[in-house]
Design a protein around this ligand. Structure first.
Ligand code: AMP
Ligand code: FE
Ligand code: FE
Ligand code: ZN
Length: 284
């Protein structure tokens, strides 16, 4: 079983990289990608914890935006596999993204505090533990303060982009991100392209433009995409010559989704790693 999108405590998951590898191995995963948000911080620990039978694919999930000529910006996520972590341009962009996360999380805390919600920055900082701070960390702080029973409820009632406390991040323009990932020798795959429950999604035409810019794959099977959207994404991938992947987007206990709930076919994985890239997967 192949799972190409998971998170650890290096971003907003609850398993350490070593625990993530162990959880995945126990679930029968033989190829695992660790794809924390805007960082490579979990790579070394995950690789060090790799059991002999498992292949590890280092990756990152980049926070991006598409800015239409008219209308509202759309936030979207780009998975990048097997790129050179030392590429200066992409390294600088990861640092900038972590900085904008910090800024935005502080603002969201201020917005909630001003409205009487008992959440403090100190608490959020402790939970994020120095990694890229995300809304799941705010969610856990809200659970700890007994404002909500769980992180899902925190999103629904306080943290989603539909709520008044929400503050957007200064995410990377998606075409810039695709260019940077390719320049760093990486393989860009559009994460959960049709995850409508998170907010507005981009059109097929934008995905075609992303493909022209160097996108190589589309995450077809993902827990936030229903059967119709998966079928549509699969058709679009075929039409555009993109590799269709599947993944759990596991976040430990920050989300209800178990590891390996969606997976990538061996054929799609082979097609992906057959493409030229700066690094090779680690393992058999
Ligand atoms: P951020 O990157 O700070 O904007 O937060 C987005 C992250 O929140 C995503 O990567 C998911 O990990 C998580 N997320 C989004 N929606 C939900 C939800 N409804 N419940 C739990 N976690 C969510
Ligand atoms: Fe996340
Ligand atoms: Fe994502
Ligand atoms: Zn993710």
């Amino acid at each position: 079983m192949i799972d190409l999108h998971t998170h650890s405590t290096a971003s907003d998951g609850t398993d350490t990289p070593a625990q993530l590898v162990a959880t995945a191995a126990a679930a029968g995963i033989t190829v695992l990608a660790i794809t924390d948000h805007d960082t490579t911080a979990g790579w070394d620990a995950a690789i060090a914890a790799r059991p002999p039978g498992m292949t590890l694919v280092p990756g990152t999930e980049f926070s991006c935006r598409f800015v239409p000529e008219q209308g509202r910006r759309i936030s979207l996520h780009l998975l990048a596999y097997l790129y050179d972590p030392d590429h200066p341009g992409l390294r600088a962009e990861r640092a900038r993204l972590r900085e904008t996360r910090l800024h935005r999380a502080r603002q969201m805390v201020d917005n909630m505090s001003a409205d009487g919600v008992p959440i403090t920055w100190e608490q959020v900082e402790r939970i994020a533990a120095g990694g890229p701070v995300g809304r799941p960390h705010l969610g856990r702080a809200l659970v700890a303060a007994n404002v909500v029973p769980d992180v899902e409820t925190a999103f629904r009632e306080l943290l989603s982009s539909r709520q008044p406390y929400y503050v957007p991040k200064a995410d990377t323009d998606v075409f810039t991100a695709i260019g940077l990932v390719r320049a760093a020798g990486g393989l860009p795959v559009f994460a959960h392209p049709l995850a409508r429950r998170r907010g507005p999604v981009v059109s097929d035409e934008v995905i075609a433009q992303m493909t022209e810019a160097g996108l190589v794959g589309l995450e077809v099977d993902h827990p936030d995409q229903d059967a119709d959207d998966r079928a549509h994404a699969a058709g679009l991938a075929r039409e555009l010559g993109l590799i269709g992947t599947g993944s759990s987007d596991y976040h430990g206990t920050n989300k209800a989704t178990p590891v390996a709930v969606c997976t990538t076919s061996p054929a799609a994985y082979e097609a992906l790693v057959a493409l030229p890239s700066a690094r090779r997967p680690v393992g058999p």
